[in-house]
Design a protein around this ligand. Sequence first.
Ligand code: G6P
Ligand code: MG
Length: 224
Amino acid sequence: MHMVDLQAFILDLDGVVTDTAEYHFRAWKRLADEEGVPFTREDNEQLRGVSRRRSLEILLGEHLSRYEEAQLLEMMARKNGYYQEFLGQITEDDLLPGARALIDTLKERGIKVAIGSASRNTQLVLDRLGITQIFDAIADGHCAARAKPAPDVFVWAAGRLDIYAQHCAVVEDAQAGVQAALAGGMVVVGVGPEERVGEAHFCYATTADIDLDEILTATAAGDV
Ligand code: G6P
Ligand code: MG
């Protein structure tokens, strides 16, 4: 990659800033039980970063053809109701370790910070976490026509920030998200295991492990 002057970081929400995967799992599990469809914690890993509709399609698998569109819509709404019940329990304590420090350090250095999430509950989650005000832009599941792995949500965030995609870094914990950011021509920082985020330019185990100096130095040198 050529030399990059990073001017913005776009953070995925679920799995980077907060860990809502467990709540998504419990809500999908309740729906799956009601529908008599097997669904395990392991199956839930496939839903990471994936849109609500696609999640339902994956969950139903071979049973998908049994359902009409109206039933699919009803199930998505039902799951979301269960999920939102859990969101009521979220507080500032649910920020992932290192998330707030990363955001604060970026801002201190004059780098813009945005959210780029597939979730249509983004605003609700950020409000519960008490951090809505600190972002320069918030792109969520309402902003993008196509879900990740299409780059739409990140491109929308970059446009909102008025910064070229090439000058943006994206932090992601999901394979679909890493692919979306690569497709958008952005620098990609993966958090999580190699098999999920291995295609990213930089990989760290967790948000707390992100080495900002390493990223800024390497990209500035064109050493990515
Ligand atoms: C995030 C999560 C996914 C979730 C998606 C849609 O990307 O990682 O697990 O399915 O958002 O969330 P929503 O809140 O709109 O159902
Ligand atoms: Mg995520």
